[in-house]
Design a protein around this ligand. Structure first.
Ligand SMILES: [Zn+2]
Length: 185
C-alpha cells in the first residue's frame, strides 16, 4: 500500500480554481479583508470559558460553530485523530498552568482517517525514506475505545492541575451531533 495520497483529490469548484494564485495567496487575501473589519477585542490570552478542546484536525469539524463557541472562549488543540499524545499533554499543561483552563473536552469523529491506518504506516515510511519516525501513528480501529484511552491519558498525567472535568465525545460528520463516550463501558 502506498503511503502517499494516490487518489486524485476532488476538483476545486470553478470559482475557487478560477482565482489567481495559490491557496495560500487566497488565504492571505482573505486575511486582508478580515483585518480590515477587525476590531481589537481587548482580551488577554486566558480562555473565557476556561476549557481546552482536543480534537482531530479533520476539515469537516468546525469546533466553534459546532459547540457554540465565541472568539476567546477556549483553547483548541488539534492533531491527526485528536489523540492525546505527549505534545497534546504539553499544550494542555501550558493551557492549565499558565493560562487558567480547568476543563478538558476530547473530540474524535466518524469517518476519521486514522481508522484506515495501522502502525504499518511507520514501517512503510521507514522503508521509503530510510528513517524511522520517532512518533507513533496512533491509529485506531475503535473510536469509543480510543476516546477512552485519550481520557485516561489526561486523567493520569502528573503534569496537569485539573483532571476531574474530562469528557470525551464522538462527532458525527453526517449529522453534526456529538455523542458522549462514557469513561468505562
Ligand atoms: Zn479525524
Amino acid at each position: 500500500m502506498s503511503i502517499s495520497a494516490s487518489q486524485p483529490l476532488p476538483q476545486s469548484s470553478d470559482s475557487a480554481a478560477g482565482t489567481a494564485g495559490s491557496v495560500t495567496d487566497r488565504l492571505v487575501e482573505a486575511n486582508r479583508q478580515y483585518a480590515a473589519k477587525f476590531t481589537d477585542p481587548g482580551m488577554d490570552a486566558r480562555p473565557v470559558q476556561r476549557v481546552a478542546i482536543v480534537a482531530c484536525m479533520d476539515a469537516r469539524l468546525d469546533l466553534h460553530e459546532a459547540l457554540g463557541l465565541e472568539l476567546g472562549d477556549c483553547h483548541t488543540i488539534r492533531n491527526a485523530g485528536g489523540v492525546v499524545t505527549d505534545d497534546i499533554i504539553r499544550s494542555l499543561t501550558i493551557s492549565q498552568r499558565a493560562l487558567g483552563t480547568r476543563s478538558v473536552v476530547l473530540i474524535h469523529h466518524t469517518g476519521c482517517g486514522l481508522l484506515n491506518l495501522t502502525e504499518d504506516f511507520r514501517h512503510e515510511l521507514e522503508e521509503e525514506v530510510g528513517q524511522r519516525p520517532s512518533w507513533a501513528v496512533e491509529a485506531f480501529k475503535d473510536l469509543d475505545a480510543d476516546v477512552r484511552q485519550s481520557m485516561q491519558r489526561v486523567r493520569t498525567s502528573p503534569f496537569l492541575l485539573h483532571r476531574d472535568d474530562v469528557r470525551g465525545f464522538i462527532f458525527d460528520v453526517t449529522t453534526g451531533l456529538l455523542r458522549e463516550v462514557e469513561p468505562r463501558s
